[in-house]
Design a binder for this molecule. Sequence first.
Ligand code: SF4
Ligand code: SF4
Length: 372
Amino acid sequence: MSDANDQKAGGAPFEGNERDRACSPHQGRRFRSATVRGLVAAAVFAVVAVGLALPTGTGTLSSMGWDAIAAVCPLGALESLFGAWAFVPRALIALAAIVLIVVIAGKAFCSWVCPIPHVQSLFKTKRRAREEAVERNVAADAALGRWRRGEKPARPKVAVDSRHAVLGGALLSTAVFGFPVFCLVCPVGLTFAAFILLWRFVQFNEPTWGLLAFPAIIVLEVAVLRKWCGRICPLGALLSLVSTFNRRFRPTVDSKACLRDAEGVGCKACAQACPELIDPYADLGNRPMTECVKCRSCADACPTRAITLPFRAARRAETGGSLASGASGESFGRAGERRDEAHNGRSTGGVRSGCSECAETGDESRSGAIDK
Ligand code: SF4
Ligand code: SF4
């Protein structure tokens, strides 16, 4: 095992061959997905903002589209049904359409479209980033330990948590008061509301209290309540419920390339990179695969580029593998045996050696990615 104290501090560098094995010819591209995600979210925000400013009647992320053909926020649609205590065809149709999208794309909205993670990153301190790296590292260690003990992967299930309680509260309050109460504090809606007020202030010189109040509420929610996405967001809770049925674009590991499968090495780079504390290798992480936001951080972090997010995952044979493989506990045991054999005489494998970038950049998210 790597030095526990170093790992808790999130600062242990790779040493010798272990460090070199975590480097790949693709390492310089590991931030590519984060960049693309940022560009996509910015493009969506720009389209919505231009639509609001002109105005084109295309709506916001809460209700985007034209006239009756609008993709209403699923939470907003549910709240409409609860608030009206009546059959609302448009809300039901919008809800069905969103459910279909989530069944196909899972929680991709959270990492590719929602502006809140990007707003949060504006307020993220180095200390906070270090704390998150340590949290991911501890979760990755736990997942690796479960793999070593030959535990079975978590079955598709929903991790019911505080977000679901907030979701229940949002629907209950809507039913009681007759209007979508949560929408008043939803950071996604408030982000666009603040933009509208700012635009009107610039264009028509119309100052309102909302110009200060809306950004203040957003900052309170995403900066002070730093765990908004993981512990509070009822929209994320709703998406995770529907995501139980998602089988597409799931992280899938190529056994021939994976260091655990091919060489029996205790690699945890993919789990260590996951912001949702999932173990993409075998779904043995602290949170289940239903929470996957399709961010591709695991694919970027894998030293051998063994992870893809295909539309349709191929089954893996005899691996310690991913949920898509339907791997059995027995196969996990065999993978563990291969690992133990390999620990007695590791090969250098197909990973580029001689790179010292990890130590030079002090990249904490990758430190201790390969357990000794
Ligand atoms: S499993 Fe991979 S794609 Fe899914 S949330 Fe974690 S890092 Fe992102
Ligand atoms: S899939 Fe995960 S465990 Fe396998 S080599 Fe890549 S990062 Fe390591």
